[in-house]
Design a protein around this ligand. Structure first.
Ligand code: GEK
Length: 240
């Protein structure tokens, strides 16, 4: 796996975008930037195994290099599920397809380059939206979640993970400090951390837990429950 050194050098960088360079180091970047990433996928597999019926289709919106779907395909093999990953970054989709081929899973896994706001989601048993809603413009989020809920069959599930804000400034600061310690522990320097933060400033817009839950309920989900939280990162299960 190529190591993420994108913000280590002296160049001045523009706003963060999902480019070829990012796709190349993405798996390393995610495991060193998202606390509990592997655990969230494992917990998602356990939940999906309980809610899905054999041969149903699972969508991963903002699938990046397909890491989640590859893991789920392995973990949920007995259910003979179909998986579709959608992402609007061409280099991410190219990498996801290469990985699926490498693992001999290209029959089960389809990767589509498209904007998730425009994509059709036929026959959805489950939809995964991990660390991606935070990149969707806030004013578009309610309609997007409504579209997701409409696409799911009754009893179908959405798994949504997000970076969140705490409404309490003191707690918010403490959570961010814990997160900065996590990034340091993963070998990122102070310079890399601050450059990345600047690049994400207007691109990644987190909501609070309450705002996310409210959006999900308004979209039509009847049961909404967080199943994993690490300081300012949360994963939520929503059942239609
Ligand atoms: C994982 N879920 O491994 N349409 C399609 N894709 C989009 C859009 C959009 N409108 N906006 C952003 N993306 C993955 C990690 S990363 C999270 C998700 C991160 C895509 C973007 O190209 C990128 O691949 C992904 O959403 C967000 O669990 O980088 O922090």
């Amino acid at each position: 796996m190529s190591r993420d050194n994108l913000y280590a050098d002296g160049e001045i960088k523009e706003d963060f975008r999902f480019t070829e360079g990012v796709a190349e180091v993405f798996d390393d970047m995610l495991s060193r930037s998202v606390p509990g990433y592997a655990q969230v996928i494992e917990m998602s597999a356990q939940l999906l195994g309980r809610f899905l019926k054999p041969e149903e289709r699972v969508y991963d919106l903002g699938c990046s290099t397909g890491a989640t779907l590859l893991k789920l395909a392995k973990r949920l093999e007995p259910l003979s599920l179909h998986f579709t990953g959608i992402d609007n970054s061409a280099p991410m989709i190219a990498k996801a397809r290469r990985k699926a081929e490498m693992y001999g899973k290209q029959e089960q896994l389809t990767f589509i380059e498209n904007d998730i706001l425009d994509a059709d989601l036929p026959d959805a048993g489950a939809i995964i939206l991990n660390y991606t809603m935070q990149f969707i413009r806030p004013m578009l989020r309610a309609d997007f979640l409504q579209k997701i809920c409409t696409a799911l069959r009754p009893g179908g599930v959405l798994i949504m993970s997000e970076k969140i804000l705490s409404p309490d400034p003191l707690i918010n600061r403490a959570f961010i400090d814990c997160y900065l310690d996590f990034k340091r522990s993963q070998g990122y320097s102070e310079l890399e951390i601050s450059r990345k933060r600047e690049a994400l400033e207007n691109v990644l817009i987190p909501f609070t837990m309450a705002e996310n839950i409210d959006l999900l309920q308004r979209a039509g989900f009847t049961r909404v429950e967080p199943f994993c939280q690490w300081f300012n990162f949360v994963s939520i299960l929503a059942v239609k």
